[in-house]
Design a protein around this ligand. Structure first.
Ligand code: TXA
Ligand code: MG
Length: 344
């Protein structure tokens, strides 16, 4: 298979629009950017298309998919038994990085939901994602466009690395603005529950609904989770450890590791820009100024992938305890590190 690659401006061409629509309708896959991460899409009601996603990603089939829509009222077509606050959440946060988990209607196939009675739905805000949905005029299931277990794709080159010539179409949207997957919120009960933290935080949700459960999911032993959260995720090939302590302790701990490692094993460090000169001899990837959490979030997965590219076998990442994205960042980092944390 040879992948057809399109850019944003190509989406105005009639023949490209036809190609995208026909590809999806015939049960094949299209990778497109969203504001969070790239998604690998299939027509939600095509068993062939959905199977294709699981196959090409190597994804366990009990891990449900998010259904993407471009018109917020479509949520009522595919889901039922809505709590009154659901519409308020939609008005406040859609389009955007919030997935709502609701009771599914019969027409939503179990192959999407991993056998569950609920389905996750979101309306993305990225113009290319919305355009793909509008051109095709169908609901599109799209998990993150990465080989299962690897970090999600936030740059087009990540998508090429994982799927070139393995899917029919890829659309290049440059760098993902948010860089961390959507907040997944179970809204089936009176009090909503965060199943996966994201940049729409508990505090933000609580400006709309009085109480929200969850959000601080740092370790594997917390509250109910999205089924997908039980799998190893976001993992670089090297051994990643999160180092948690005050800055001086962190610098001295990592420096000691750099100085004592054997010469063949270059240490990798993921840190904020203020620390980038602190680790001489290491492969350092700085992901943003300490107070720039948007920037940090958007660069995290690229940092993990860069470690793989440089064949780094031992990686240290600093912990994040400040700012509104700390739960989302630590959730991804701890998963990537397989829960390995060094507390100083
Ligand atoms: O930002 C995003 O959400 C991206 C972009 C492409 O939209 N998509 C994404 O999909 O991250 P995926 O498949 O990688 O992650 C979906 C998460 C998984 O953890 C899954 O278990 C959870 O959502 N999920 C989906 N449907 C669910 C359901 N019915 N109940 C509970 N969790 C669900
Ligand atoms: Mg994923």
């Amino acid at each position: 298979m040879k992948t057809r690659i399109y850019k944003s401006e190509d989406l105005n061409k009639k023949e490209v629009q036809e190609d995208i629509k026909n590809t999806l309708l015939s049960g094949r896959n299209v990778i497109f950017p969203t504001e969070t991460v790239y998604g690998i899409g299939a027509y939600a009601l095509s068993e062939k298309g959905i199977k294709g996603i699981y196959e090409v990603k190597g994804r366990p089939s009990d891990n449900p998919l998010i259904m993407h829509i471009s018109n917020n009222t479509d949520i009522y077509k595919y889901t039922c038994d809505h709590q009154a606050y659901v519409e308020d959440l939609i008005q406040a946060f859609w389009p955007g990085p919030l997935t709502l988990v609701l009771k599914k209607k019969a027409q939503v196939p179990y192959i999407i939901t991993g056998g569950l009675e609920t389905v996750g739905v979101r309306m993305p805000s990225h113009p290319i994602a919305l355009k793909v949905l509008d051109i095709s005029d169908i609901p599109i299931c799209a998990p993150s466009a990465n080989i299962s277990g690897k970090p999600s794709s936030t740059l087009f080159e990540h998508v090429l690395e994982d799927f070139k010539d393995r899917v029919d179409i890829m659309i290049d949207g440059g760098k993902s603005q948010v860089g961390i997957e959507s907040t997944v919120l179970d809204v089936t009960a009176k009090i909503p529950v965060i199943l996966r933290p994201g940049v729409i935080t508990k505090e933000m949700l609580e400006t709309v609904v009085p109480q929200v459960i969850g959000g601080k999911i740092h370790t594997s032993d917390d509250i109910p989770k999205a089924p997908g959260m039980k799998y190893r995720h976001y993992a670089p090939k090297g051994d990643l450890m999160v180092v948690d302590g005050n800055i001086d302790q962190v610098i001295s701990y990592i420096t000691k590791q750099i100085n004592t490692t054997d010469s063949k094993n270059q240490i990798g460090v993921i840190c904020t820009t203020d620390l980038k000169e602190a680790f001489t001899g290491a492969f350092v990837y700085s992901i943003g100024e300490p107070n720039q959490e948007e920037e940090i979030a958007s660069n995290l997965f690229a940092a993990l992938r860069a470690m793989d590219k440089a064949n780094i076998e031992t990686i240290y990442a600093i912990a994040f305890h400040e700012g509104k994205y700390k739960d989302a960042l630590m959730n991804r980092l701890m998963k990537a590190a397989n829960q390995q944390i060094i507390k100083l």
